[in-house]
Design a binder for this molecule. Structure first.
Ligand code: IPD
Ligand code: CA
Ligand code: CA
Length: 258
């Protein structure tokens, strides 16, 4: 039942992405420069809420635009109605709905759907990860120098030691390809599907990674914070890899040279 609700909610949100994509929609700006929210984000969020609230009215919800709908429940739905809003607003089809389901503090299911590329990623804890119902696994590259990486940059840039630009520069100067897709949820899913070998980002929110994190783990990858500690969606740093390049990339992020 709960899996059916997750799939239904993800599809309902994705329908709104399709409905508005490349059409006319209002764009509002949130805090910071270029941090937009569109009419489509709000419509997708409402469509997702309608499905979840109909099936589980007493579950806790944490969603990017609406914030927290607090309930005394062991279940929490962590929702990004559109991950990749800037892409969406510019007609770039790299964006998705992302929903992670937390039970007793652990993410147990995740769904990420990009209807514009017809790619539906799903994982349930202990049952593997799929893309359009086909099992996916991470890549087998075992050296950073031979890897294809992806990263993202926060809208409000934090100029810290070994910050996003320094790490990026170090990798690029050595000739390592580092892509920037603009959707953390899809970055994680494309890693899970073996397209990328590693993904890191300095400042994410729970809704960006709640589903993708589980999808990577269930595809055989490894996800930690920047100290190599167990990953929590409630802290900003994330390093996700195929497992084989994890320690090497962790060292580079923490100041080692390549
Ligand atoms: C953003 C995307 C982007 C990441 C940003 C996120 P949004 O989410 O995931 O890839 O670099 O940190 O805020 O705003 O498009 O939902
Ligand atoms: Ca996001
Ligand atoms: Ca969003």
């Amino acid at each position: 039942m709960i899996k059916t609700t997750l799939l239904k909610a993800t599809e309902a949100g994705a329908k709104e992405l399709q409905r508005f994509f490349n059409g006319n929609f209002k764009i509002m700006n949130k805090q910071g420069i270029n941090n937009p929210v569109t009419e489509a984000d709000l419509a997708a969020e409402k469509a997702i809420f309608d499905v979840i609230k109909a099936d589980f009215p007493d579950h806790f919800i944490l969603s990017e635009e609406a914030g927290e709908i607090k309930m005394d429940s062991e279940y929490k739905w962590i929702i990004d109605p559109i991950d990749g809003t800037i892409n969406f607003a510019n007609g770039i089809p790299i964006c998705c709905v992302s929903i992670g389901l937390e039970h007793d503090g652990k993410i147990v299911m995740g769904a990420v759907y990009n209807p514009l590329m017809n790619e539906f990623y799903f994982a349930e804890k202990g049952s593997g990860a799929t893309l359009n119902d086909n099992k996916i696994t991470v890549s087998k590259k075992d050296k950073v120098i031979n890897s294809c990486l992806v990263t993202g940059f926060p809208y409000t840039y934090l100029d810290t030691e070994n910050g996003p630009l320094q790490v990026f520069e170090k990798l690029i100067r050595k000739g390592v390809p580092v892509r920037r897709l603009g959707s953390a949820a899809l970055d994680l899913c494309w890693l899970a599907a073996g397209r990328f070998d590693g993904f890191y980002e300095h400042k994410l929110s729970p809704w960006d990674s709640s589903a993708g994190f589980l999808i990577v783990e269930e595809a055989g990858g490894k996800v930690t914070g920047f100290k190599g500690e167990a990953y929590s969606v409630y802290q900003p740093h994330i390093l996700a890899t195929n497992g084989l390049i994890h320690d090497e990339l962790l060292g580079i992020i923490n100041g080692k040279s390549l």
